[in-house]
Design a binder for this molecule. Structure first.
Ligand code: FAD
Length: 344
Protein backbone atom coordinates (compact mmCIF):
# COMPACT_ATOMS: atom_id res chain seq x y z
CA UNK A 1 0.00 0.00 0.00
CA UNK A 2 1.52 3.24 -1.17
CA UNK A 3 0.48 6.62 0.19
CA UNK A 4 0.83 9.42 -2.31
CA UNK A 5 0.81 13.17 -1.73
CA UNK A 6 -1.09 16.03 -3.41
CA UNK A 7 -3.16 13.67 -5.49
CA UNK A 8 -5.48 14.96 -8.22
CA UNK A 9 -9.07 13.74 -7.70
CA UNK A 10 -10.58 15.13 -10.92
CA UNK A 11 -11.00 11.70 -12.50
CA UNK A 12 -12.25 10.17 -9.25
CA UNK A 13 -15.49 12.15 -9.02
CA UNK A 14 -18.23 12.01 -11.66
CA UNK A 15 -18.76 15.77 -11.43
CA UNK A 16 -15.22 16.04 -12.80
CA UNK A 17 -14.39 18.72 -10.23
CA UNK A 18 -10.72 19.51 -9.86
CA UNK A 19 -9.61 18.97 -6.28
CA UNK A 20 -6.52 17.58 -4.62
CA UNK A 21 -6.10 15.25 -1.67
CA UNK A 22 -3.21 15.94 0.69
CA UNK A 23 -2.70 12.16 0.90
CA UNK A 24 -4.11 9.40 -1.26
CA UNK A 25 -4.05 5.63 -1.23
CA UNK A 26 -5.83 2.70 -2.81
CA UNK A 27 -6.78 -0.46 -0.94
CA UNK A 28 -7.07 -3.66 -2.95
CA UNK A 29 -7.51 -6.31 -0.28
CA UNK A 30 -8.97 -6.53 3.19
CA UNK A 31 -5.52 -7.39 4.60
CA UNK A 32 -4.43 -3.83 3.67
CA UNK A 33 -6.79 -2.37 6.25
CA UNK A 34 -4.70 -2.84 9.45
CA UNK A 35 -1.61 -1.24 7.89
CA UNK A 36 -3.75 1.61 6.54
CA UNK A 37 -5.22 2.25 10.00
CA UNK A 38 -1.72 2.08 11.53
CA UNK A 39 -0.23 4.62 9.14
CA UNK A 40 0.61 8.09 10.48
CA UNK A 41 -1.20 9.73 7.55
CA UNK A 42 -4.41 7.88 8.51
CA UNK A 43 -4.11 8.39 12.25
CA UNK A 44 -3.32 12.10 12.10
CA UNK A 45 -5.60 13.34 9.35
CA UNK A 46 -9.20 13.59 8.29
CA UNK A 47 -10.18 10.53 6.24
CA UNK A 48 -12.45 10.12 3.24
CA UNK A 49 -13.32 6.72 1.80
CA UNK A 50 -14.16 6.97 -1.86
CA UNK A 51 -15.84 4.51 -4.21
CA UNK A 52 -16.92 5.64 -7.67
CA UNK A 53 -17.14 9.30 -6.63
CA UNK A 54 -20.65 9.45 -8.09
CA UNK A 55 -22.27 11.03 -5.05
CA UNK A 56 -19.71 13.56 -3.85
CA UNK A 57 -19.12 17.23 -4.48
CA UNK A 58 -15.62 18.47 -3.72
CA UNK A 59 -15.99 22.12 -2.72
CA UNK A 60 -12.28 22.48 -1.96
CA UNK A 61 -9.08 20.46 -1.79
CA UNK A 62 -9.24 17.67 0.78
CA UNK A 63 -6.81 18.35 3.59
CA UNK A 64 -6.56 14.72 4.70
CA UNK A 65 -6.27 11.21 3.32
CA UNK A 66 -8.54 9.87 0.57
CA UNK A 67 -8.77 6.08 0.47
CA UNK A 68 -10.01 4.61 -2.80
CA UNK A 69 -11.77 1.34 -2.11
CA UNK A 70 -10.90 -1.34 -4.65
CA UNK A 71 -11.53 -4.42 -2.51
CA UNK A 72 -13.38 -6.76 -4.82
CA UNK A 73 -15.12 -10.11 -4.59
CA UNK A 74 -18.59 -11.62 -4.88
CA UNK A 75 -19.37 -14.96 -3.26
CA UNK A 76 -22.39 -17.09 -2.46
CA UNK A 77 -22.17 -17.76 1.27
CA UNK A 78 -25.37 -19.67 1.86
CA UNK A 79 -28.24 -21.14 -0.05
CA UNK A 80 -31.65 -22.64 0.55
CA UNK A 81 -34.16 -24.02 -1.90
CA UNK A 82 -35.65 -20.57 -2.39
CA UNK A 83 -33.01 -18.06 -1.42
CA UNK A 84 -29.34 -17.27 -1.77
CA UNK A 85 -27.09 -15.18 0.46
CA UNK A 86 -24.41 -13.22 -1.39
CA UNK A 87 -21.46 -11.45 0.12
CA UNK A 88 -20.03 -8.64 -1.98
CA UNK A 89 -16.98 -6.59 -1.10
CA UNK A 90 -17.21 -2.81 -0.97
CA UNK A 91 -14.94 -2.03 -3.90
CA UNK A 92 -17.04 -4.03 -6.35
CA UNK A 93 -18.85 -1.95 -8.93
CA UNK A 94 -22.52 -2.03 -7.94
CA UNK A 95 -23.70 -2.85 -11.45
CA UNK A 96 -21.28 -5.78 -11.65
CA UNK A 97 -23.03 -7.23 -8.62
CA UNK A 98 -26.38 -6.67 -10.34
CA UNK A 99 -25.07 -8.37 -13.51
CA UNK A 100 -23.86 -11.32 -11.43
CA UNK A 101 -27.31 -11.65 -9.84
CA UNK A 102 -29.17 -11.23 -13.12
CA UNK A 103 -26.87 -13.80 -14.76
CA UNK A 104 -27.68 -16.34 -12.05
CA UNK A 105 -31.38 -15.40 -11.95
CA UNK A 106 -31.19 -14.27 -8.35
CA UNK A 107 -34.10 -11.83 -7.95
CA UNK A 108 -34.11 -8.65 -5.90
CA UNK A 109 -31.71 -6.04 -7.26
CA UNK A 110 -32.46 -6.06 -11.00
CA UNK A 111 -34.44 -2.80 -10.67
CA UNK A 112 -31.23 -1.23 -9.32
CA UNK A 113 -29.37 -1.95 -12.56
CA UNK A 114 -26.97 0.71 -13.78
CA UNK A 115 -26.89 2.74 -10.55
CA UNK A 116 -23.32 4.07 -10.65
CA UNK A 117 -20.81 3.58 -7.87
CA UNK A 118 -19.61 0.84 -5.59
CA UNK A 119 -21.15 -1.77 -3.33
CA UNK A 120 -19.56 -0.17 -0.25
CA UNK A 121 -21.34 3.13 -0.83
CA UNK A 122 -24.75 1.52 -1.51
CA UNK A 123 -25.82 1.36 2.18
CA UNK A 124 -24.74 4.99 2.71
CA UNK A 125 -27.89 6.33 1.14
CA UNK A 126 -29.81 3.08 0.76
CA UNK A 127 -29.66 3.35 -3.01
CA UNK A 128 -33.03 3.23 -4.67
CA UNK A 129 -34.51 3.27 -8.15
CA UNK A 130 -37.49 2.00 -10.13
CA UNK A 131 -39.41 0.76 -7.12
CA UNK A 132 -36.55 -1.02 -5.32
CA UNK A 133 -34.21 -0.04 -2.54
CA UNK A 134 -31.13 -1.70 -1.10
CA UNK A 135 -32.99 -2.19 2.18
CA UNK A 136 -35.35 -4.71 0.53
CA UNK A 137 -32.54 -7.25 0.14
CA UNK A 138 -29.80 -6.16 2.55
CA UNK A 139 -29.07 -8.60 5.38
CA UNK A 140 -26.02 -6.98 6.93
CA UNK A 141 -23.13 -4.59 6.51
CA UNK A 142 -19.55 -5.38 7.49
CA UNK A 143 -17.63 -2.30 8.54
CA UNK A 144 -14.44 -1.24 10.28
CA UNK A 145 -14.71 1.18 13.17
CA UNK A 146 -12.32 3.97 12.24
CA UNK A 147 -11.66 4.87 15.89
CA UNK A 148 -10.19 1.46 16.82
CA UNK A 149 -9.92 -0.64 13.65
CA UNK A 150 -12.39 -3.24 14.91
CA UNK A 151 -14.75 -5.05 12.60
CA UNK A 152 -18.45 -4.52 13.30
CA UNK A 153 -21.48 -6.20 11.75
CA UNK A 154 -24.63 -4.11 11.35
CA UNK A 155 -27.85 -6.00 10.74
CA UNK A 156 -30.31 -4.42 8.30
CA UNK A 157 -32.46 -2.84 11.05
CA UNK A 158 -29.36 -1.38 12.75
CA UNK A 159 -28.43 0.52 9.59
CA UNK A 160 -31.62 2.62 9.92
CA UNK A 161 -32.11 2.62 6.19
CA UNK A 162 -34.60 5.21 4.99
CA UNK A 163 -35.22 7.23 1.88
CA UNK A 164 -31.68 8.01 0.63
CA UNK A 165 -30.50 7.73 4.19
CA UNK A 166 -28.80 5.49 6.76
CA UNK A 167 -26.87 5.88 10.00
CA UNK A 168 -23.70 5.98 7.88
CA UNK A 169 -24.94 9.20 6.28
CA UNK A 170 -26.03 10.87 9.51
CA UNK A 171 -25.20 9.89 13.14
CA UNK A 172 -22.35 7.55 12.18
CA UNK A 173 -21.05 9.75 9.36
CA UNK A 174 -17.31 9.29 8.85
CA UNK A 175 -17.10 6.70 11.64
CA UNK A 176 -17.03 3.46 9.63
CA UNK A 177 -15.43 2.02 6.55
CA UNK A 178 -17.91 -0.34 4.86
CA UNK A 179 -15.91 -3.33 3.68
CA UNK A 180 -18.67 -5.70 2.52
CA UNK A 181 -22.40 -6.31 2.45
CA UNK A 182 -24.55 -9.44 2.53
CA UNK A 183 -27.73 -9.62 0.45
CA UNK A 184 -30.50 -12.19 0.47
CA UNK A 185 -31.82 -12.71 -3.04
CA UNK A 186 -34.56 -14.98 -4.28
CA UNK A 187 -34.06 -18.00 -6.52
CA UNK A 188 -37.78 -17.91 -7.11
CA UNK A 189 -39.11 -15.39 -9.63
CA UNK A 190 -40.09 -12.11 -7.93
CA UNK A 191 -41.05 -9.56 -10.55
CA UNK A 192 -41.27 -5.99 -9.35
CA UNK A 193 -42.63 -4.08 -12.31
CA UNK A 194 -45.33 -1.87 -10.87
CA UNK A 195 -43.19 1.28 -10.84
CA UNK A 196 -44.85 3.72 -13.23
CA UNK A 197 -41.88 4.45 -15.54
CA UNK A 198 -41.13 0.75 -15.88
CA UNK A 199 -44.75 -0.19 -16.55
CA UNK A 200 -45.06 2.57 -19.14
CA UNK A 201 -41.88 1.43 -20.84
CA UNK A 202 -43.12 -2.14 -21.22
CA UNK A 203 -46.52 -1.00 -22.46
CA UNK A 204 -45.11 1.51 -24.92
CA UNK A 205 -42.66 -1.00 -26.36
CA UNK A 206 -45.15 -3.83 -26.33
CA UNK A 207 -42.88 -5.97 -24.17
CA UNK A 208 -44.08 -8.69 -21.86
CA UNK A 209 -41.16 -8.96 -19.44
CA UNK A 210 -40.59 -12.63 -18.90
CA UNK A 211 -37.09 -12.87 -17.53
CA UNK A 212 -35.01 -11.06 -14.93
CA UNK A 213 -32.84 -9.87 -17.83
CA UNK A 214 -35.84 -8.28 -19.56
CA UNK A 215 -36.35 -6.16 -16.45
CA UNK A 216 -32.69 -5.30 -16.01
CA UNK A 217 -32.36 -4.38 -19.71
CA UNK A 218 -35.44 -2.17 -19.52
CA UNK A 219 -34.14 -0.32 -16.46
CA UNK A 220 -30.78 0.23 -18.18
CA UNK A 221 -32.44 1.56 -21.31
CA UNK A 222 -34.73 3.93 -19.43
CA UNK A 223 -31.84 5.21 -17.32
CA UNK A 224 -29.62 5.76 -20.37
CA UNK A 225 -32.39 7.73 -22.09
CA UNK A 226 -33.17 9.91 -19.06
CA UNK A 227 -29.94 10.57 -17.22
CA UNK A 228 -26.84 12.32 -18.51
CA UNK A 229 -23.75 10.13 -18.78
CA UNK A 230 -21.04 11.51 -16.44
CA UNK A 231 -18.44 10.45 -19.03
CA UNK A 232 -19.96 13.05 -21.34
CA UNK A 233 -21.11 15.73 -18.89
CA UNK A 234 -20.04 15.93 -15.25
CA UNK A 235 -22.85 15.24 -12.80
CA UNK A 236 -23.76 13.20 -9.73
CA UNK A 237 -27.26 12.07 -10.70
CA UNK A 238 -30.08 13.57 -8.64
CA UNK A 239 -28.58 16.42 -6.69
CA UNK A 240 -31.58 16.81 -4.36
CA UNK A 241 -33.87 14.42 -2.53
CA UNK A 242 -37.60 14.39 -3.21
CA UNK A 243 -39.72 16.19 -0.61
CA UNK A 244 -42.11 14.44 1.76
CA UNK A 245 -45.06 16.28 3.33
CA UNK A 246 -48.00 15.42 5.57
CA UNK A 247 -51.59 15.45 4.27
CA UNK A 248 -52.33 18.86 5.86
CA UNK A 249 -49.38 20.53 4.14
CA UNK A 250 -50.18 18.81 0.85
CA UNK A 251 -53.77 20.12 0.91
CA UNK A 252 -52.58 23.68 1.43
CA UNK A 253 -50.14 23.34 -1.47
CA UNK A 254 -52.78 21.80 -3.72
CA UNK A 255 -55.13 24.71 -3.14
CA UNK A 256 -52.53 27.06 -4.53
CA UNK A 257 -50.96 24.68 -7.06
CA UNK A 258 -53.63 22.19 -8.21
CA UNK A 259 -51.23 20.75 -10.80
CA UNK A 260 -48.69 19.75 -8.11
CA UNK A 261 -47.70 16.10 -8.65
CA UNK A 262 -47.53 13.86 -5.58
CA UNK A 263 -47.36 10.17 -4.66
CA UNK A 264 -48.68 8.64 -1.49
CA UNK A 265 -46.16 6.49 0.38
CA UNK A 266 -47.19 5.09 3.76
CA UNK A 267 -49.34 8.05 4.84
CA UNK A 268 -46.88 10.70 3.70
CA UNK A 269 -46.80 12.35 0.30
CA UNK A 270 -43.79 12.51 -1.98
CA UNK A 271 -43.43 15.60 -4.14
CA UNK A 272 -40.89 15.23 -6.96
CA UNK A 273 -38.09 17.72 -6.35
CA UNK A 274 -37.49 17.87 -10.12
CA UNK A 275 -40.97 19.36 -10.64
CA UNK A 276 -40.45 21.96 -7.90
CA UNK A 277 -37.14 23.02 -9.45
CA UNK A 278 -38.65 23.21 -12.92
CA UNK A 279 -41.35 25.54 -11.60
CA UNK A 280 -38.76 27.92 -10.13
CA UNK A 281 -35.92 29.91 -11.62
CA UNK A 282 -33.18 32.43 -10.90
CA UNK A 283 -34.10 35.47 -8.77
CA UNK A 284 -35.74 38.38 -10.60
CA UNK A 285 -36.30 36.35 -13.76
CA UNK A 286 -39.19 34.42 -15.28
CA UNK A 287 -37.15 31.57 -16.75
CA UNK A 288 -37.09 28.06 -15.33
CA UNK A 289 -34.00 26.45 -13.79
CA UNK A 290 -34.39 23.56 -16.22
CA UNK A 291 -31.67 23.92 -18.84
CA UNK A 292 -30.29 27.04 -17.10
CA UNK A 293 -26.58 27.71 -17.41
CA UNK A 294 -24.34 30.18 -15.65
CA UNK A 295 -20.64 30.05 -16.52
CA UNK A 296 -19.51 26.45 -16.31
CA UNK A 297 -22.40 25.10 -14.26
CA UNK A 298 -26.03 24.45 -14.95
CA UNK A 299 -29.20 22.45 -14.56
CA UNK A 300 -29.66 19.60 -17.02
CA UNK A 301 -32.10 20.39 -19.82
CA UNK A 302 -33.95 17.06 -19.60
CA UNK A 303 -33.85 16.50 -15.83
CA UNK A 304 -34.03 19.48 -13.48
CA UNK A 305 -32.86 17.37 -10.52
CA UNK A 306 -29.43 17.00 -12.07
CA UNK A 307 -26.82 19.75 -11.77
CA UNK A 308 -24.03 19.63 -14.31
CA UNK A 309 -20.47 20.71 -14.83
CA UNK A 310 -20.21 21.95 -18.41
CA UNK A 311 -16.43 21.81 -18.04
CA UNK A 312 -13.99 23.50 -15.72
CA UNK A 313 -16.53 24.23 -12.95
CA UNK A 314 -15.50 24.43 -9.32
CA UNK A 315 -17.37 22.70 -6.52
CA UNK A 316 -18.13 26.12 -5.05
CA UNK A 317 -19.90 27.15 -8.27
CA UNK A 318 -22.08 24.02 -8.15
CA UNK A 319 -22.76 24.61 -4.46
CA UNK A 320 -23.69 28.23 -5.12
CA UNK A 321 -26.17 27.19 -7.83
CA UNK A 322 -27.61 24.53 -5.50
CA UNK A 323 -28.13 27.14 -2.76
CA UNK A 324 -29.90 29.47 -5.19
CA UNK A 325 -32.20 26.62 -6.24
CA UNK A 326 -32.96 25.74 -2.61
CA UNK A 327 -33.76 29.38 -1.91
CA UNK A 328 -36.07 29.73 -4.92
CA UNK A 329 -38.05 26.60 -4.01
CA UNK A 330 -38.38 27.81 -0.44
CA UNK A 331 -39.59 31.26 -1.60
CA UNK A 332 -42.20 29.86 -3.96
CA UNK A 333 -43.46 26.72 -2.23
CA UNK A 334 -42.22 27.08 1.35
CA UNK A 335 -40.54 23.66 0.97
CA UNK A 336 -36.96 22.84 1.88
CA UNK A 337 -34.91 20.88 -0.63
CA UNK A 338 -32.18 18.73 0.86
CA UNK A 339 -29.15 17.70 -1.19
CA UNK A 340 -28.68 14.00 -1.83
CA UNK A 341 -25.05 14.56 -2.79
CA UNK A 342 -22.35 14.51 -0.08
CA UNK A 343 -20.45 17.80 0.18
CA UNK A 344 -16.75 17.42 0.93
C1 FAD B 1 -25.83 9.39 -13.40
C2 FAD B 1 -26.09 9.02 -11.95
C3 FAD B 1 -27.26 8.38 -11.63
C4 FAD B 1 -27.51 8.02 -10.29
N1 FAD B 1 -28.68 7.36 -10.01
C5 FAD B 1 -28.94 6.97 -8.74
C6 FAD B 1 -30.11 6.24 -8.41
O1 FAD B 1 -30.92 5.93 -9.29
N2 FAD B 1 -30.33 5.91 -7.13
C7 FAD B 1 -29.44 6.23 -6.15
O2 FAD B 1 -29.71 5.87 -4.98
N3 FAD B 1 -28.30 6.89 -6.42
C8 FAD B 1 -28.03 7.27 -7.67
N4 FAD B 1 -26.88 7.97 -7.97
C9 FAD B 1 -25.95 8.29 -6.87
C10 FAD B 1 -24.83 7.25 -6.70
O3 FAD B 1 -24.81 6.37 -7.78
C11 FAD B 1 -25.02 6.43 -5.42
O4 FAD B 1 -25.13 7.27 -4.30
C12 FAD B 1 -23.86 5.46 -5.20
O5 FAD B 1 -24.17 4.58 -4.15
C13 FAD B 1 -22.55 6.18 -4.89
O6 FAD B 1 -21.52 5.22 -4.94
P1 FAD B 1 -20.00 5.67 -5.04
O7 FAD B 1 -19.18 4.45 -4.88
O8 FAD B 1 -19.79 6.45 -6.28
O9 FAD B 1 -19.88 6.60 -3.77
P2 FAD B 1 -18.91 7.84 -3.57
O10 FAD B 1 -19.44 8.99 -4.36
O11 FAD B 1 -17.52 7.45 -3.79
O12 FAD B 1 -19.16 8.13 -2.03
C14 FAD B 1 -20.42 8.59 -1.58
C15 FAD B 1 -20.36 8.75 -0.06
O13 FAD B 1 -20.17 7.48 0.54
C16 FAD B 1 -18.95 7.42 1.28
N5 FAD B 1 -18.37 6.10 1.04
C17 FAD B 1 -18.10 5.55 -0.16
N6 FAD B 1 -17.64 4.30 0.00
C18 FAD B 1 -17.62 4.06 1.34
C19 FAD B 1 -17.23 2.95 2.15
N7 FAD B 1 -16.79 1.81 1.62
N8 FAD B 1 -17.33 3.06 3.50
C20 FAD B 1 -17.78 4.20 4.05
N9 FAD B 1 -18.16 5.29 3.35
C21 FAD B 1 -18.08 5.22 2.00
C22 FAD B 1 -18.10 8.56 0.75
O14 FAD B 1 -17.17 9.00 1.72
C23 FAD B 1 -19.16 9.59 0.41
O15 FAD B 1 -19.56 10.29 1.57
C24 FAD B 1 -26.58 8.33 -9.29
C25 FAD B 1 -25.38 8.98 -9.64
C26 FAD B 1 -25.14 9.32 -10.95
C27 FAD B 1 -23.85 9.98 -11.32
Amino acid sequence: MQILENYDLTKLNTFGIKAEAKYFTEINKEEDIPSLFESEQFKNNERLFLGGGSNVLFTKDFDGIVILNKIKGIEVINESKEDVWIKAYGGEIWHDLVSFSVGHEYWGIENLSWVPGTVGAAPMQNIGAYGAELKDTLVSVEAYDISNGEKVIFQNNECKLGYRDSIFKNVAKGKYFISAIVLKLSKVEKKNITYRALKDYFEKNNINPETIKDISDAVIEIRKSKLPDPKIIGNAGSFFKNVFVEKKELDILLEKYPELPYFEEENVFKIPAGWLIEECGPARSTISWKGYRVGNVGVHDKQALVLVNHGGATGEEIKDLALQIIDSVKQKFGLILNPEVNFV
